[in-house]
Design a protein around this ligand. Structure first.
Ligand code: PFF
Length: 443
């Protein structure tokens, strides 16, 4: 009963679909549609995808389940959760690292979301029509090279995120995700179909689905791991924070699997939409963060009703980015409110204010943008994930883990498999990839 009482005093998601929609809303975002294609393009395509999928399965799903479990057990923000579950031990530092990572990620994330917002207006004004790949690429370079516009759009995006988070989890987060995400999916499917029917599309499919293992080096492997963490919103407390809002009657295992599947499906679908067009238009797959911003308008130009597709797509992408950014902001706000005893609105504006300052740096300086992007995904998130699985596997105790996994009253048949995975497979795999990636170990 104690847990129920506690739950009543905290905000919580009202339905199973609400939980999955919110967690999937966090996972699905620019990471799938902007980051996955650009990083896959820089890392050789097929082999990267294969590694990424393997990491999602062997590491992503177990880390997600571990995080949800920590949050729901503790009923607190990520920092408070570690302090409560491991009193007097330094595990709370993992929580602090997560809060730090949230600052770093939202700073550059809001910049990309700002580009997306600006692209919605371009789409509305029909600015892509009739433009070649070079001209489209010029539009992107001009936008990101400008001084005030990327900053302003980043700030607008940050303010909208803050307004939603300020009004609380249930009212804020659940409402927006339920209807709009399925709509985005429909549009991406439309894009993928058009892209696949372009002349020269096959080379893109080959690039994405035929692994070329000679393209793999230690860094590619680390990038594939980082992308798995980033895309699934893992390693920094988002899923723990959301887990703390999940009722005991919901199955955490089911949530982790549905969210991971949805997220992965959308990333692969985005790849299927992007790469055939990349090759058909003669764009360089390793073009970097601008890849989708140049490729997608090109596809819209080739579509019947492309104008409407473009407008809908960019608006929905902004919304997908919002459902992710609010989850990042929520990690920090929950920490400020519960640990530093700030009022929710104050906590929200302080967090968003600091992130905006960092965001200005990212908007104006590509090197800082890149540093934040790579450091968070490839270092902070995997490290956080490593500690999280070690904590649940070795510290929390099998009994607690089993009880939490079976709190919905059903036998968690995967429990026996879950324990060795989080005790051995996941931590060893993360550690090896990580050490190899940063050059401390050589295979
Ligand atoms: N998963 C989000 C995306 O793919 O867009 C980004 C993200 C959200 C990363 C929350 C990390 C995080 F904690």
């Amino acid at each position: 009963m104690a847990d129920n009482n506690q739950l009543n005093s905290r905000d919580s998601f009202s339905s199973k679909f609400g939980v999955i929609a919110a967690a999937a809303g966090s996972a699905v975002g620019l990471g799938n549609i902007w980051r996955f294609p650009y990083v896959a393009g820089e890392n050789g395509g097929g082999a990267f995808l294969l590694l990424n999928l393997a990491f999602i399965l062997a590491i992503g799903v177990p880390v997600m389940l571990s995080e949800l479990l920590i949050g729901r057990k503790a009923q607190l923000n990520i920092f408070g959760a570690f302090r409560k579950l491991a009193p007097g031990k330094p595990w709370y530092l993992v929580g602090l690292m997560g809060v730090g990572a949230a600052f770093m990620i939202l700073s550059f994330y809001a910049v990309v979301a700002g580009w997306t917002l600006e692209y919605s207006f371009y789409a509305l004004r029909n600015e892509f029509a009739g433009k070649s790949a070079e001209e489209l690429s010029l539009i992107f370079d001009k936008l990101t090279g400008a001084t005030w516009r990327p900053v302003v759009f980043m700030l607008i995006f940050m303010a909208i995120s803050a307004l939603i988070v300020r009004s609380g989890v249930k009212k804020g987060i659940e409402r927006y995700t339920k209807i709009l995400m399925p709509l985005l999916l429909v549009i991406i499917i439309g894009l993928a179909i058009r892209s696949l029917t372009l002349e020269g599309a096959y080379a893109g499919l080959e690039f994405l689905f035929r692994p070329d293992f000679s393209a793999i080096d230690a860094n590619t492997v680390l990038e594939a791991l980082g992308q798995a963490f980033f895309s699934l919103s893992l390693g920094m407390g988002v899923m723990a924070t959301y887990g703390s809002y999940i009722k005991k009657s919901e199955s955490l295992g089911q949530t982790a699997i549905s969210v991971s599947l949805t997220d992965t499906f959308i990333a692969v679908l985005a790849g299927v939409a992007i790469f055939p067009a990349v090759f058909a238009f003669g764009i360089e797959p390793g073009a970097g963060p601008g890849l989708v911003f140049v490729t997608l308008p090109g596809i819209f130009n080739q579509m019947v009703g492309g104008y409407f597709f473009a407008v809908f797509f960019f608006v929905l992408l902004v919304i997908a980015a919002l459902t992710s950014s609010i989850s990042l902001l929520e990690v920090v706000v929950a920490y400020f409110v519960e640990e530093l005893k700030m009022k929710r609105p104050v906590a929200t504006w302080v967090a968003a204010g600091i992130m905006s300052l960092l965001g200005v740096l990212c908007a104006l300086n590509g090197a800082i943008f890149n540093l934040f992007d790579k450091t968070s995904s490839n270092i902070l998130l995997p490290l956080g994930g490593l500690f999280i699985v070690i904590f649940v596997g070795w510290f929390l105790g099998k009994r607690v883990v089993k009880a939490e996994l079976e709190a919905d009253g059903r036998v968690a048949f995967y429990f026996k498999m879950f324990v060795p995975v989080i005790r051995f497979l996941a931590p060893i795999a993360i550690a090896l990839v990580f050490l190899n990636g940063i050059g401390l170990l050589k295979f």
